[in-house]
Design a protein around this ligand. Structure first.
Ligand SMILES: C[S@@+](CC[C@H](N)C(=O)[O-])C[C@H]1O[C@@H](n2cnc3c(N)ncnc32)[C@H](O)[C@@H]1O
Length: 306
C-alpha cells in the first residue's frame, strides 16, 4: 500500500513530515487515526507506537497495518497510561496530527456533523461525555468562553444565553437543535461556515482537547531525549497557539521576565523550533485534500547530547 495515494484518509503534510522523520527508528504516532502517517513511518523502516482514543480508529488501523513493527494503545494521548507507554518506548520522533479524522467526520452516527438529524455526540472516544450531556450541564459563562475562544464567535454572549434559554424548554439532542440556536442568533444569513465553527468549538470542549495538549507537550518533548523531534499538526488557531508558545519557550531557555537587563536564571535552550514559522499545505495538496487547508505543522528538535 502506498501511503501517499491510499484514499482511506489522506495523510496531511506527509512530505515535510517524512523529510524530518528520515532516519528515525522509533516513532510514536499519538493520533493514529486510520494509520496514514503510521503506514509511511513503517515504510521507512521504523518501529511504530500508535495511540488513539477512538476504538474504531485503532480497529481500522490494526486491520490495515498489522502487528509487524507496529504497536497500539487505545487511550487519550495525554493520559498517564499513554505518557508512560511513550516514555518506555524511547521514541526519536513523535507526531500529533490533532483533531478529528475525515472518517469520524463522515460517520453521521458519531455526531460531529451539522447535517440534519445527526445526534449531538461528538465524542472522539468513550472517555468523554456526549455533546448533548455537555450542553445540558455546562455553565452559561463556560459556554460563552468556549464559543468565543474555540469558535471565534463575536456574539458568544448572546449565543450562550440563547442556548441556555432553549435548553430550559427542550434538551439539545440533534444537530438541528444546535443549528436552530445558532441561526436564532446569527440570522438567516448564517451558513455552513458558522455551523462548522460552532460545532468545532463544542467538540474541542467536549473532548477537552486543549488542556490535554498543553499539559502533555513538555512530557513528550522530554520522552524524546536528545536529538529527538516533536511534530504537531494543528487545525485550529487555539491549538496552534498552545504549540507555538511551548516551542518558543523551550527554544529560548531563559525564563527571566523581559524587563530584566540580563539573564539571571541561566537556563539554556532545550533545542530549536525549525522552521520558525508553521509549514502549511501548498495549493496542490489542498486541491486533492481539502482537510489540509487549515493545517499548520510545527517541529521542535531537542538539542543533541553534549
Ligand atoms: C486527524 S486524525 C489523524 C489521522 C492520521 N494521522 C492518519 O494519517 O490517518 C486525528 C485522530 O486523533 C485522534 N485523537 C484526537 N485527539 C486525541 C487524543 N487527545 N488522544 C488520542 N487520540 C486523539 C482522533 O480520534 C483521530 O482518530
Amino acid at each position: 500500500m502506498d501511503p501517499m495515494t491510499d484514499t482511506l484518509h489522506v495523510p496531511v503534510l506527509l512530505e515535510p513530515i517524512l523529510a524530518r522523520a528520515a532516519g528515525s527508528t522509533r516513532v510514536v504516532d499519538g493520533t493514529l487515526g486510520h494509520g496514514g502517517h503510521a503506514a509511511a513511518f513503517l515504510a521507512i523502516g521504523a518501529e511504530v507506537l500508535g495511540i488513539d482514543r477512538d476504538p474504531d480508529a485503532i480497529a481500522t488501523a490494526t486491520t490495515r497495518l498489522g502487528h509487524d513493527r507496529m504497536h497500539y494503545l487505545l487511550a487519550p494521548y495525554a493520559s498517564e497510561e499513554a505518557v508512560r507507554t511513550v516514555e518506555a518506548f524511547h521514541p526519536d520522533f513523535l507526531l500529533l496530527d490533532l483533531g478529528v479524522s475525515s472518517r469520524q467526520l463522515d460517520d453521521e452516527a458519531r455526531g460531529f456533523t451539522f447535517r440534519p438529524g445527526a445526534p449531538l455526540d461528538m465524542r472522539m472516544g468513550p472517555d468523554a461525555a456526549p455533546a448533548s450531556e455537555w450542553l445540558a450541564a455546562v455553565e452559561e459563562s463556560e459556554l460563552q468562553h468556549v464559543l468565543r475562544e474555540y469558535g471565534d464567535e463575536p456574539k458568544a454572549r448572546r449565543m450562550a444565553s440563547e442556548m441556555v434559554r432553549r435548553r430550559e424548554n427542550a434538551p439539545f439532542l440533534t444537530s438541528d437543535d444546535l443549528v436552530n440556536a445558532i441561526r436564532a442568533v446569527l440570522g438567516h444569513r448564517s451558513g455552513p461556515g458558522d455551523f462548522a465553527r460552532i460545532f468545532q468549538a463544542i467538540r474541542i470542549a467536549v473532548n477537552d482537547e486543549l488542556t490535554g495538549l498543553e499539559e502533555v507537550l513538555p512530557r513528550f518533548r522530554q520522552a524524546l531525549g536528545s536529538g529527538g523531534t516533536l511534530a504537531v499538526i494543528s487545525y485550529h488557531s487555539g491549538e496552534d497557539r498552545v504549540v507555538k508558545r511551548a516551542f518558543r519557550e523551550w527554544a529560548s531557555g531563559c525564563t527571566c521576565p523581559p524587563a530584566f537587563p540580563i539573564c539571571v536564571c541561566g537556563l539554556l535552550p532545550l533545542g530549536r523550533a525549525e522552521p520558525r514559522k508553521a509549514i502549511v499545505a501548498d495549493s496542490d495538496e489542498i486541491r486533492t485534500n481539502p482537510r489540509a487547508r487549515s493545517a499548520r505543522l510545527r517541529f521542535f528538535r531537542n538539542a543533541d547530547a553534549t
